[in-house]
Design a protein around this ligand. Structure first.
Ligand SMILES: NC(=O)c1ccc[n+]([C@@H]2O[C@H](COP(=O)([O-])OP(=O)(O)OC[C@H]3O[C@@H](n4cnc5c(N)ncnc54)[C@H](O)[C@@H]3O)[C@@H](O)[C@H]2O)c1
Length: 386
């Protein structure tokens, strides 16, 4: 079987997890790694058939690779991807695809000049069967027209030591955002995958409300969609126990996804038809209670995205999670933050420069001093971060 030679840039928590995932795959292998931290790559060398590089220029020039996985902090995703395209390498980038929409636009324009190269993003939660089922129910019209969407996603709790475990984390300069940019890109991607991009966003948020950080650790956003549907998106890294509850109210009834279960209360008659035709003043449509039994987790979610990426390269077919779609979740997250900063409603498509300028002001005006890095606890199971 043909095997794609993959190089990984950024051998931290996620980069190492990708190395472990690839060890299980037959359609690719890791032929090179790159990290600016010598400690992270000291165990790789040509003797174990993995080339190690301490800078990306030499890596791209000399590494024996066909494709690259970018697992560095977010600010480097777009610059490294653009560099990779210049060297004719296929790219799978970690989420978010960039820190702000303007950088994503530049990266997507660079990718468009190389249609022969695959360009995927690590939206691993798209592989989860429950998420695929919800997408299928929406796309098949099973729910009918959507009227309201509520997503409470507050089970991304993070401790102080998490934030001090990396100098770049939770700073405007090193990360460019908080819960919207690090933890919630998965749900923001699913939100746009399920429901498309809203036309208006108004948000309330707090910076360092529950942690000694300067970026947002809580957000409550109100969304408006082109068909008039509304939405509320609530995220936090400060709550425990947290909630992951998606409620979709539609013509055909109400779907709730919570505690790993999908429950659909299906109206026998669509609600607007019932409203227009019933002779009852206080009645509601008769219901069927449907429990949809699909797994709500996938322990191999990252591995599946990498396998799909390698397969797409070998067979020259589309990838499951195209990176250009990552601009949608980024725009939604950027717009929420911009709404908080400017205390105004943001119309979408948003002005990408407006957000880039505001982010630069936050970086320039930052007086925040990060506590000394606590490093990564050696024995911690990184998969608990997913
Ligand atoms: N898909 C997921 O489920 C998931 C989970 C966790 C993290 N992530 C993403 O992975 C990325 C990395 O997160 P992490 O938790 O592994 O961070 P980390 O700090 O553990 O690792 C980042 C690594 O990148 C290296 N690095 C930094 N700049 C570099 C450069 N210019 N060139 C080469 N190496 C460089 C660092 O030395 C470090 O080893 C982030 O963008 C994050 O959002 C995704």
């Amino acid at each position: 079987m043909q095997q794609v030679k993959i190089g990984i840039i950024g051998i931290g928590g996620m980069g190492q997890a990708h190395i472990n995932s690839i060890a299980d795959l037959k359609n690719c292998y890791v032929s090179a790694v790159c990290d600016i931290d010598a400690e992270k790559i000291k165990n790789f060398n040509s003797e174990n058939n993995v080339q190690a590089f301490a800078d990306s220029d030499t890596f791209f020039k000399e590494a024996d690779i066909e494709a690259v996985i970018i697992a560095t902090p977010h600010y480097f995703h777009n610059t490294l991807a653009e560099k990779a395209f210049g060297y004719g390498k296929h790219v799978l980038t970690e989420k978010p695809i960039a820190v702000h929409k303007a950088d994503a636009e530049s990266m997507i324009a660079a990718a468009a000049k190389h249609p022969e190269l695959k360009f995927a993003a690590m939206f691993n939660q798209r592989t989860i069967p429950a998420h695929r089922k919800i997408k299928q129910l929406i796309d098949n019209g099973e729910l009918g027209e959507i009227r309201r969407v509520n997503w409470i996603i507050t089970d991304w709790f993070r401790s102080e030591i998490y934030y001090t475990s990396g100098d770049w984390r939770a700073t405007w300069k090193g990360e460019g955002g908080g819960v919207l940019l690090n933890q919630c890109p998965h749900q923001l991607d699913l939100l746009q995958w399920f429901f498309g991009v809203p036309t208006k966003i108004r948000a309330n948020g707090a910076f360092g409300k529950y942690h000694k950080i300067e970026v947002e650790d809580e957000i409550t956003a109100f969304l408006e969609y082109p068909n008039g549907a509304t939405g509320v998106f609530i995220a936090s890294t400060g709550e425990a126990p947290g909630t992951n509850r998606l409620e979709i109210t539609a013509e055909r009834g109400r779907l709730v996804y919570e505690d790993g279960k999908i429950e659909f209360k299906r109206n026998e008659i669509p609600v607007s038809e019932f409203s227009a035709t019933t002779d009852q003043r206080f009645g509601t449509p008769d219901l069927w209670n449907i429990a949809i039994d699909v797994p709500s987790s996938n322990p191999f979610q990252h591995r599946d995205i990498i396998e799909d990426f390698a397969n797409a390269i070998i067979k020259d077919i589309p990838v499951m999670a195209p990176a250009p779609e990552g601009i949608n979740s980024l725009e939604i997250g950027n717009a929420m933050l911009l709404s908080v900063i400017k205390d105004k409603t943001i119309d979408l498509p948003m002005d990408s420069n407006e957000f880039a300028v505001e982010l630069q002001k936050l970086i320039d005006n930052s007086k925040f001093t990060k506590e000394a890095s606590a490093g990564m606890p050696a024995e911690e199971d990184f998969s608990r971060s997913f």
